[in-house]
Design a protein around this ligand. Structure first.
Ligand code: G4P
Length: 536
């Protein structure tokens, strides 16, 4: 029997992993792929590419630098669930990309290093999840090494992030070595057999009771006593699973384990999949949109040009929010009102793209080949009245003029800048009074500039160089032209416009910005691109 649409949507789990670089996101991602059968042996991806990367990296530059730059999507089936894992860049200079991926997620896994706890990037990404009220599931990684005392670590997470933590699994050690995890739901211990293939395969796990002879054999009398005391302590601490608080993103179940040795990964995944939400109604401009009852709708959270140099195409990644994607049907792009024929859905597994053979429903991500009609934030829906809130653009903090070596390639430069701005790699700005026809680019992090120059060279054959401008923050402004000009004409400020013609003011520092805000009350200063302006 073919499953109903509600059943299909109900088995979707669409999420992202948030972590500080080096916490083990790549390793955990590989293990999830391994468990889902999407790869045969963890590490195979890395060794084939002779680089430290997960399958989700695309661009050559990422390989050279060893960082994951673009957000991409991996999907696979596991125990009846369809998992859509939105990969997020680890480097803070690409936080905008990460933010966009999080707008497409229904939940997040927060990965912590057991020696470091909450780190700078975790904090930043957590605050994004908080704003979106995403349910958060915590995995404390690297427990094969001794780290901070687990209860102390949980305490830090609660204090630092203001989220209630409750223990879902707990590390079990013998002589300081991780041998298993206590599963609080079952009241049992999962004991793992060590593999000698460096965690490439799934270890055999045996479940034993807390008072069993097997546990004593595994960790000794003293070990078993100590574990029982720890469990008692956890129970006394009384943090029970409050599933409603989890759903609101106010409490997080915490599992301990090691992505490297795989210990604790299976039980974490099981717990995560059973508690993480399936796609639920999303807020549109005219109220909530039900994922099952409403025909196909979704929004673009990422656009990527030239993903495959052989095709030179653009792909718009669309998070499906309702209904079923039907190839050949027509939908409306809300920003332009234009009709779009839904064609050529793509599945993504690193570079290997294939024509999608499986059903795409709410919760899934579909890649649409695009000739420039779609932008990040666009709603695409069969019912043209649906409009999702869009994906905010952050105000940039670094600015530069783009100069080129060969004036004859100006058209190529303009095209490249336009494409990369549409992708969100940089924010393209114009200030005729300041620079004449020389374009200005803005970025949230300076690595975006490196990516820009690299891609202009590789994909558009344009050798460009950047001349940094002495501004360090910017705000979109709404108000009268006269008021904008008045503020912008003062020392250390400059008026520019984005590609939509929306005015921004650049400031040489935070202090100048603050003074302007205090002095010119008529203007409204926006740190994300204001919506009305974005869609005009
Ligand atoms: P990231 O994507 O979050 O940046 O982290 P990644 O998975 O690349 O892991 C960063 C380092 O931490 C890697 O070591 C990785 O092997 C190690 N690691 C990941 N999970 C665990 C774990 O559970 N236990 C321990 N002990 N280490 C873990 P590396 O030496 O930098 O790289 P590699 O040579 O091992 O690939």
């Amino acid at each position: 029997m073919t499953p109903s649409l509600a059943d299909e949507i109900g088995r979707r789990r669409t999420f992202a992993i948030i972590s500080h670089p080096d916490a083990g996101k790549t390793t955990l991602t590989e293990k999830l792929l391994l468990y889902g059968g999407a790869i045969r042996a963890a590490g195979s991806v890395k060794s084939r590419r002779a680089q430290r990367h997960a399958t989700s990296d695309w661009l050559e530059m990422e390989q050279e630098r060893g960082i994951s730059i673009t957000a991409s999507v991996l999907h696979f089936d596991y125990q009846g669930f369809r998992i859509n894992l939105l990969d997020t860049p680890g480097h803070q200079d690409f936080s905008e990309d990460t933010y966009r991926a999080l707008t497409a997620a229904d939940s997040a896994i927060m990965l912590l290093d057991n020696r470091k706890g909450v780190e700078a990037q975790t904090r930043k990404l957590f605050s994004v999840c908080r704003k979106r009220r995403l349910p958060i599931f915590t995995f404390v990684n690297k427990c094969d090494r001794l780290g901070t005392d687990p209860l102390g670590l949980l305490d830090d997470v609660q204090k630092e992030l203001g989220i209630d933590c409750f223990v879902s699994t707990w590390p079990v050690r013998r002589d300081g070595h991780l041998v298993g995890v206590y599963d609080r739901d079952r009241g049992q211990v999962w004991l793992y057999e060590r593999t000698d293939d460096h965690g490439q395969s799934r270890p055999v796990a045996t479940r034993v009771d807390l008072d069993s002879a097997e546990l004593v054999t595994a960790i000794g009398h003293d070990g078993a006593d100590k574990l029982r005391e720890e469990i008692e302590l956890i129970e006394i601490a009384g943090t029970q699973a409050d599933l409603e608080a989890v759903a609101r993103g106010e409490a997080s179940p915490v599992c301990f384990g090691s992505a490297l040795t795989n210990f604790g990964v299976d039980v974490f995944l099981e717990r995560f999949l059973s508690l993480a939400p399936a796609p639920s109604p999303r807020e549109g401009a005219d109220g909530s949109v039900d994922p099952v009852e409403t025909p196909f709708s979704g929004f673009v959270f990422k656009v990527q040009a030239n993903m495959d140099p052989r095709h030179r195409d653009r792909v718009a990644f669309l998070r499906v929010c309702s209904g079923r994607f039907e190839e050949g049907s027509e939908a409306v792009v809300s920003r332009t009102g234009k009709t779009l024929r839904l064609a050529q859905p793509q599945e993504f597994m690193a570079r290997e793209r294939s024509h999608s053979g499986t059903e795409t429903v709410a919760g899934d991500v579909v890649g649409l080949l695009d000739r420039g009609s779609l932008r990040v934030g666009d709603t695409v829906a069969v019912d043209g009245r649906i409009e999702y809130p869009g994906v905010p653009r952050f105000s940039p903090e670094h600015f530069a003029q783009v100069h080129m070596e060969d004036a004859l390639r100006r058209k190529h430069l303009d095209r490249g800048l336009r494409h990369l701005a549409e992708e969100g790699t940089i924010l393209l700005l114009f200030a005729p009074s300041l620079t004449g026809p020389i374009p200005i680019v803005g970025a949230v992090g300076t690595l975006q500039f490196d990516v820009l120059l690299d891609r202009l060279q590789r994909e558009y054959s344009v050798a460009a160089r950047l001349e940094r401008l002495p501004f360090h923050c910017a705000r979109w402004v709404t108000g009268s032209d006269a008021a904008i000009d008045k503020v912008a004409s003062a020392y250390g400020r400059r008026r520019v416009e984005d590609a939509d013609g929306s005015p921004l003011i650049l400031f040489d520092n935070e202090w100048t910005l603050q003074r302007s805000q205090e002095q010119e009350r008529e203007l409204v200063f926006h740190d994300v691109q204001p919506r009305r302006v974005a869609v005009s």
